[in-house]
Design a protein around this ligand. Structure first.
Ligand SMILES: *Cc1c(COP(=O)(O)O)cnc(C)c1O
Length: 358
């Protein structure tokens, strides 16, 4: 179909556009030179996020990727080792930044859910001897993106924090979707953030801002992070324009994440009955789900192209896997319409139209 009846972009929660109210907040922002510490709106955002995450200080940065990279630069010396999930964003989606910038190497843990425990980490800690890398950081991703938006339980994070403290490692949290986890689990964000030595949230995912992220930690950590921010060219000027969008999003767009989670569950409910596809997780915890076509042998690129033709944007994850992400710009009706269109398309492609339930 050349002119699809619907148009729903489920490729990522980065697809959101700033709303008229957010643009208004940006237009009204009081600003100054951030690099000189004179932007009051940026300072207000940093204070607010430090508080939300249960940390002493925070630093406004252009992106979540820069939050991760600066955290590793502060925590690590060249030759240090960072323990992460094998499907983590830091490991596979940041252009090997930890190696290129901090000179650190990763020790990946295979985990389909992206979640691992202190008991799994402990045997991986290196003996302290001259020929071994120095185990230095454990990094967790709240929620786990490639783990299907699963939430790290608080007890698992507490267990890792205890191990890290005992062994002299830093616990870092990539909190790109930490607020999704907080809303889904009914745990205040500080419950996940406080046990960590560094933690950040993204403004450009579920919160719906054009860009920006805030890295938080103890005062000494943030002091060092500020040096790296400048060194990497992350220092800004009238950044209050963006910080105002962030403050607006923290006021307006956090509680409503529950709606994105409900839409992901609604879509999973519609797609679960369709032959040829496995929905993972079958009951999404947050706003991410995967569709697996390996049993039907349908290449993800083919399914994605057919879905694009009916007006539904999805992202190809690997050979037989697609990712769907719900967000602020996907209404309840959009989610249902898109899921029904997807169900029809998938059933047709897998040649099982007659077997569709309901
Ligand atoms: C998007 C994302 C990042 C990077 O954030 P940017 O603001 O796009 O640089 C890091 N980690 C995870 C889990 C993400 O989903």
């Amino acid at each position: 179909m050349s002119n699809p009846a619907i148009s729903v972009d489920l490729r990522s929660d980065t697809a959101t556009r700033p709303s008229p109210a957010m643009r208004q907040a940006m237009a009204n922002a009081v600003v100054g030179d951030e690099q000189r510490g004179e932007d009051p709106t940026t300072a207000a955002l940093e204070e607010r996020v430090a508080d939300i995450l249960g940390q002493e200080k925070a630093l406004f940065l252009p992106s979540g990727t820069m939050c991760n990279q600066i955290a590793f630069l502060v925590h690590c010396r060249p030759g240090d080792e960072i323990i992460c999930a094998a499907n983590a964003h830091v490991y596979g989606s940041e252009a090997a930044g930890a190696a290129a910038l901090a000179g650190a190497q990763f020790r990946p843990i295979a985990s389909g859910t992206g979640i691992f425990t202190a008991a799994e980490v402990e045997p991986l800690l290196r003996a302290q001897r001259h020929r071994s890398p120095r185990s230095r950081v454990v990094t967790v991703e709240q929620t786990s993106n490639r783990g299907g938006g699963r939430v790290w339980p608080r007890a698992v994070i507490d267990g890792l924090a205890e191990l890290c403290r005992a062994k002299g490692l830093a616990l870092h949290m990539d909190g790109a979707r930490l607020l999704n986890a907080s809303v889904a689990a009914g745990v205040p964000a500080a419950g996940f953030g406080r046990p960590c030595d560094s933690v950040w949230i993204d403004l450009s995912k579920g919160l719906g801002c054009p860009f920006g992220a805030i890295l938080a930690g103890p005062a000494g950590f943030i002091e060092e992070a500020l040096v790296w921010k400048h060194r990497l060219g992350g220092a800004m000027r009238q950044s209050g324009i963006m910080a105002a969008a962030g403050l607006h999003a923290l006021d307006q767009n956090v509680e409503r994440l529950a709606q994105d989670h409900a839409n992901a569950r609604r879509m999973a409910g519609i797609l679960r009955g369709v032959p040829g596809v496995i929905v993972d997780p079958a009951e999404p915890e947050t706003n991410i789900l995967f569709l697996d076509f390996s049993e039907a042998g349908l290449p993800a690129t083919q399914v994605a192209a057919e879905l694009a033709a009916v007006g539904v944007g999805v992202s190809v994850e690997e050979g037989f896997r697609l990712r769907i992400v719900t967000h602020l710009d996907v209404s309840d009706a959009d989610a249902e319409t898109a899921a029904n269109a997807m169900a029809e398309t998938i059933a047709r492609l897998s040649g099982n139209v007659a077997h569709v339930d309901g």
